[in-house]
Ligand binder design. Structure first.
Ligand code: P6P
Length: 335
């Protein structure tokens, strides 16, 4: 049972039994993510000082090479995950191919694969807007003891055993699910401890916020244009409010708390949309469904899509169930 102000560590221990088949690895995996989140949080929070400490590609006052924060975040998560005997493979937005992780005895007995976007929305760092880390965890499906294969990563989102995000905003939060609801933990930076601040998070069934890059409006399919006009017309609880941060984690986190829909449709500029299925849409869809919301490509549930490539893109509609259903109805009308 979730108790407000419980620490993340206490929560993991008290809910260990929820992790199906896991003899503690999944708990250790969430703990590894917690550690990496603190490392990245520290780097993100001092990003504004980089110019003083040395810009990207320069050396800072300590003579250290300054790396892009995406690279720093990627390395922090990979290094934290690699040496904990938990994952046999890592897929990252920052790496063209997946990374094979051997166990301490050079074996391949670790049970899980993780996919991640280590620092989504990182272009917002320069303008001090919140960014996020997104992760998605599966049990491997190929034979234990053999090197992980691409097949282990190309599983439908429905197979995820855990997924979550870290939002580096006005406060730093870790929000995740293991298939038993969604819980949010806020970091107390003074002592480096995450506290349960948002137990059992739920997407409001309805909302009045729509999030989309309307700069692409003329390039959207007619159904999307019709839905956006529906959001804007004066009737019932409309016009809705338009809110678009340009950071997926922030937009969806806000909409989960207040109610709303996030859309990144396909367009004549992006035939498949922009967002990546494996480490953006699938984890956010798992969290959204666990919180009572809905996520689709406009027609099919995101979690039911069969991935074919590590970095494939899909159109993405995600949020309050009735709002996503309304958007899908407009899409269906204009087929
Ligand atoms: P656009 C950030 O680059 C990102 O992947 C998401 O976090 C964000 O929602 C989207 O792209 C913003 O894309 O094309 O509207 O700038």
């Amino acid at each position: 049972m979730a108790r407000k102000n419980q620490t993340l560590g206490e929560f993991i221990i008290e809910n260990q039994s929820e992790f199906k088949y896991s003899s503690g690895e999944l708990s250790r995996l969430i703990n590894a993510i917690r550690l990496a989140a603190k490392v990245v949080n520290h780097q993100v929070n001092k990003a504004g000082l980089v110019d003083i400490l040395g810009g990207v590609g320069d050396t800072n006052v300590q003579g250290e090479d300054q790396q892009k924060l995406d690279v720093i975040a990627n390395e922090a998560f990979i290094n934290t995950l690699k040496n904990r005997e938990i994952v046999c493979g890592i897929g990252s937005e920052e790496n063209d191919d997946f990374i094979t992780v051997e166990g301490h005895n050079d074996d391949h007995n670790n049970k899980y694969v993780i996919l991640m976007d280590p620092l989504d929305g990182s272009s917002n760092i320069d303008v001090n807007v919140s960014v996020g880390t997104i992760f998605s965890i599966y049990r491997r499906i190929t034979d234990p003891g053999t090197p992980v294969t691409l097949e282990d990563f190309l599983q439908p989102g429905r197979n995820q055993v855990a997924a979550g995000y870290i939002i580096y905003g006005t406060s730093t939060m870790l929000v995740y699910t293991t298939g038993h609801g969604v819980n949010g933990f806020t970091l107390n930076p003074a002592i480096g401890t995450f506290y349960l601040s948002h137990p059992n998070m739920k997407f409001p069934e309805e909302g009045n916020i729509y999030s989309v890059n309307e700069g692409n409006y003329t390039h959207f399919p007619q159904g999307v244009k019709n839905y956006i006009k529906y959001c804007q017309e004066e009737s019932e609880n409309r016009p809705y409010t338009s809110r678009y941060i340009g950071s997926l984690v922030s937009d969806i986190h806000r909409n989960m708390i207040k109610g709303g829909i996030y859309m990144y449709p396909k367009s004549s500029l992006n035939a498949k949309g922009k967002l990546r299925l494996l480490y953006e849409c699938n984890p956010m869809a798992f969290i959204t469904e666990q919180a009572g919301g809905k996520a689709s490509d406009g027609y099919t549930s995101i979690l039911d899509l069969q991935p074919t490539e590590l970095h494939e893109r899909v159109p993405f509609f995600c949020g309050s169930k009735k709002m996503v259903e309304k958007a899908e109805a407009f899409m269906a009308e204009s087929l």
